[in-house]
Design a protein around this ligand. Structure first.
Ligand SMILES: [Zn+2]
Length: 73
């Protein structure tokens, strides 16, 4: 399912010695609507990573999350 988009924040990051980059953080409503799902993407030279965190305990146990999507476990 697609999650409801709430907010996006882009913050600059001084980097890890290979130049500056940005950290993108997108916030979505969790499937039950009580919590939030945060998708974070580091776009920094030499350091690229992304991850999704669900702040709702119930949904965290039920779904696997991607960038704006939830899949039942
Ligand atoms: Zn939830």
């Amino acid at each position: 399912m697609d999650l409801k988009f709430v907010n996006e924040e882009i913050s600059s990051h001084s980097g890890y010695g290979a130049g500056p980059g940005v950290v993108i953080s997108r916030e979505y409503e969790c499937p039950c609507g009580a919590g939030r799902v945060i998708y974070e993407k580091d776009d920094i030279p030499g350091f690229r990573d992304s991850g999704t965190f669900c702040k709702c305990k119930e949904c965290d146990g039920k779904y696997n999350f991607g960038d704006g999507t939830a899949t039942e476990k």
